[in-house]
Structures are given as structure tokens and as C-alpha cells.
Design a protein around this ligand. Structure first.
Ligand code: ATP
Ligand code: MG
Length: 428
């Protein structure tokens, strides 16, 4: 028997993002930050854990998330029921109410970070995944719904994504949904034998949810169910029409999907999803809508709001699928050195060049020039600086281009920066 210690593994469905991949995330995050700033959205950061009640009250008791996907646990130190956030809107709304942010007028906000849902892990579906969410609170008109959608379309261009389909729908107001609900219950009751177990259970608690079912055997039944559009109230109808008009003016193609039911209960009026065929079954990369009742429902003064969240993993997969080129980061210079004096000199040179704004890797842990040069090559750096006794005595450096067949040169340290700036700007 060996004494080997069992290695601890990460939790299923929760991924490490390693350096060979994380630069793609960095590209995404930088693009997102510039894009949001351009539209005047400001960042809000809330805790990853909240009181369970917040999510139950906002997302809805009879939803997939609350019924079976939440990481809920008791904090044994004080018996509080806590939940790892499964989405960001509820926390954002809680913070806005708690700090009275709407007192200063409407707010354009965004958040980003990990969310947690206990789902079956598969491609595009994880237990810890990441969302960027954008929320416009205190705005009632369809112009803000349109702004959010137009922003998305611009972002896809910036990320090099093509072929996303925009689906929009409307859920009307509370009365519309109550009326629709009654008609749905009646319809599904007439076809009770065709409902699966989930649907039977939801028939009275939350019949709208049945429309969201992914069970192919219920597809035809759902197809023929009463349409919410037929009960739509006049104001919601105008709201929806205006939204469509702005989208047409802005040149954003869309499809109307009157069966769009979002997986959370808090939506009303506008709902939308951006969908791709390039990622298999997990094709929705971004989804959102209006939630005019939520702020009041969570204990705030009534105020309208609209927002969306995008799935970062799915978008990164799509960026890759679309062939967007993202360069892995590499240092400008890798410094190799041999000998006591050259080593001290190398530290000095490295700091000097970093102060000049260059990215410099200083070789550590010794080794022959040859093995150091191999490391320099493998690092992806554009240049090597070679320092030995000769260079130390002459107080200069040997600069060797690593990516082109150009001879190495001896030059003064303060001449290096200009050469590298030149090389970098030629590359762009
Ligand atoms: P789905 O129908 O795919 O389960 P959803 O309606 O539950 O999605 P939302 O709550 O609207 O998803 O979340 C917004 C976006 O977050 C989704 O469109 C998707 O891109 C992403 N997302 C949701 N759940 C996951 C998950 N478990 N893993 C990875 N991304 C996810
Ligand atoms: Mg889901």
C-alpha cells in the first residue's frame, strides 16, 4: 500500500480558468467595461451570498431556480438561511433599495461575477458560471428597453460575434397575466392527461411556467395554448409597438416570439433573448426584460425597471466559434544573464525598463545561457536582453529579436525602449 495523499479536486460544474484561457476573459472584461462606460452605466458590486428569502421573493417560489437550483445552506453560527446568488438582479435591487439610490433619480447600473445554480453540468451549463448584468432602474418608457437591446447589438460587433438572433415578446401588465393565467389553467385542465409531472404540479401554482417546458412531448400542446397577446392591455401594446419602432429605426432586426417566457417570475411587458445556433442546445447567450413590480415586491417604493444578463461562458465560446482573434499576452523583453555582476545589473535593467512602461520578465533560478534562451523563446517575449560580463563592463546590453530573423545588437539601455516601441507599433 502506498501512502499517497488523495488530491483534492474542484467541485463538479465549477471550473478553474487557467492562464491559457484567462486572457480571453480579460479581453472580454475590458471590452465590456469600455462598452458600458460609453453608455453611462456604472458598476455595482454586491455580496455573493444573500438571505434566501430575497431570491424566493423575487425569482418566484415555483420556478426552476428556486425549486431545484439554489445553493441554500444554514449558517450554523446564527441559524440564518443563506443562498449563493443564482442571478444578479435581486441583489442589485436589494442594494438599490437599501441605499436609497433611486432618491437621486433613475440609475443605470451593471454588475458582473459568478452565479451559482445546481444544474446538470454540460457544455454551456455549469454550477458556477458568470454573468454580466445591466439594469436600468427608475425608467418607465420603451426607450430604455430599446437602449438596452441596441447596446447588446453594438457589443456583439465589438466582440466579433455574428449571427445572433434577437427574439422579443411582451408579457403585458399584471391584469393581462391574471387573465391569461385563468385561460391557461382552463386549457391545460382540459388536457390534463398530456401534462408531465412538473406541469401537473405547476398547473395551479404557476401555469405560465408550463409554457417554458423543454419536454418535446408537450410541444404541440404548448403550441396551441391560449396566447397572451390576445389578452394584452392597451398600454402594454403601445409600449411594445414603440419598442419595435425604435428597433427598426436603429436598424436592429428582431423576431417576435409570443411564447417567450423567462425563467424568473418578476418580468412584465418587454422580454427578450439573444440566441445563437452555433452552440448547440445552450443557445441563449443573453436574456432580459422589464420588471416593473420587483422593486416594490422586495420592499422598496414602486419604481419601473428593465435589464438583462448575459452568460459569459457562452459568449466566450461563441467568440471562439466566430473566429475573433485575441492575442495572448507576452512580455516585451525576457532578460537572461550569467555571473554575479551581470545578475545584479540585470535586476537594475529590468526595473529601469519597467519604469519606461515595458513588460519585462527577468530570468530566475540560473542555468546556462542556452537553457535560459530556451525559456526566453517559450515565454513568447518579442525580444531577449542578454547580459554577461562584457555587457556589465561596457554598461550596455545585447538585444536579440526572438520573433524575426534579425541579428542581435549591442546598445545602451536607454536606446532599448524606442526600438521596442517602434517594433510594437509596426506590429499593430
Ligand atoms: P437556460 O434556459 O439556458 O437555463 P435561463 O433562462 O435559466 O437559461 P437566465 O436566468 O436568463 O438563464 O440567465 C441569463 C443567461 O445566463 C443565460 O441566457 C445564459 O447565457 C446564462 N446562464 C444561465 N444559466 C447558466 C448556467 N447554468 N451555466 C452557464 N450559463 C448560464
Ligand atoms: Mg436555467
Amino acid at each position: 500500500m502506498t501512502n499517497a495523499v488523495m488530491a483534492v479536486k474542484a467541485i463538479r460544474g465549477m471550473n478553474d480558468i487557467l492562464p491559457d484561457e484567462s486572457y480571453r476573459w480579460a479581453f472580454f472584461e475590458q471590452t465590456i467595461q469600455r462598452w458600458l462606460a460609453a453608455y453611462g452605466y456604472r458598476n455595482i458590486r454586491t455580496p455573493i451570498v444573500e438571505q434566501t428569502d430575497l431570491f424566493v421573493r423575487s425569482i418566484g417560489e415555483v420556478t426552476d431556480i428556486v425549486e431545484k437550483e439554489m445553493y441554500t445552506f444554514v449558517d450554523h453560527l446564527n441559524n440564518d438561511s443563506l443562498t449563493l446568488r443564482p442571478e444578479g438582479t435581486a441583489s442589485c435591487v436589494r442594494a438599490v433599495i437599501e441605499h436609497n439610490l433611486l432618491y437621486n433619480g433613475p440609475q443605470r447600473l451593471y454588475y458582473s461575477g459568478p452565479m451559482f445554480r445546481h444544474e446538470r453540468p454540460q457544455k454551456g451549463r455549469y454550477r458556477q458560471f458568470h454573468q454580466v448584468g445591466v439594469e436600468a432602474l427608475g425608467f418607465a418608457g420603451p426607450d430604455i428597453d430599446a437602449e438596452l437591446i441596441v447596446m447588446c447589438a453594438r457589443l456583439w460587433e465589438k466582440l466579433g460575434i455574428s449571427g445572433l438572433r434577437l427574439e422579443i415578446g411582451t408579457l403585458g401588465n399584471a391584469q393581462t397575466r391574471a387573465l391569461h393565467r385563468t385561460r391557461l389553467v382552463k386549457y391545460f385542465e382540459q388536457h390534463r392527461d398530456m401534462l408531465d409531472e412538473d406541469a401537473q404540479r405547476r398547473l395551479h401554482a404557476n401555469p405560465l411556467r408550463i409554457l417554458d417546458s423543454k419536454n418535446p412531448q408537450m410541444k404541440a400542446l404548448i403550441e396551441n395554448a391560449p396566447k397572451l397577446m390576445d389578452d394584452l392591455d392597451e398600454e402594454s401594446c403601445v409600449h411594445f409597438e414603440t419598442l419595435q419602432q425604435i428597433l427598426r429605426e436603429q436598424g436592429i432586426p428582431f423576431e417576435i416570439n409570443l411564447r417567450l417566457v423567462r425563467g424568473l417570475d418578476y418580468y412584465n411587458r418587454t422580454v427578450f433573448e439573444w440566441v445563437t445556433d452555433k452552440l448547440g442546445a445552450q443557445g441563449t447567450v443573453c436574456a432580459g426584460g422589464r420588471y416593473d413590480g420587483l422593486i416594490e415586491q422586495v420592499g422598496g417604493k414602486p419604481a419601473p425597471a428593465c435589464g438583462f444578463a448575459m452568460g459569459v461562458e457562452r459568449l466566450l465560446a461563441l467568440i471562439q466559434e466566430c473566429g475573433t482573434v485575441i492575442h495572448p499576452p507576452a512580455a516585451d523583453i525576457y532578460i537572461v544573464h550569467q555571473g554575479e555582476q551581470a545578475m545584479r545589473y540585470a535586476w537594475q535593467c529590468a526595473e529601469f525598463l519597467r519604469d519606461e512602461g515595458l513588460d519585462v520578465v527577468l530570468h530566475c533560478s540560473g542555468g546556462s545561457f542556452k537553457s535560459q534562451m530556451k525559456k526566453a523563446d517559450a515565454s513568447g517575449a518579442r525580444f531577449a536582453i542578454i547580459l554577461g560580463d562584457d555587457e556589465y563592463n561596457a554598461q550596455d546590453v545585447t538585444l536579440k529579436p526572438l520573433r524575426e530573423a534579425v541579428e542581435q545588437t549591442r546598445l545602451k539601455l536607454n536606446e532599448v525602449t524606442e526600438i521596442i516601441r517602434q517594433a510594437n507599433s509596426n506590429q499593430q
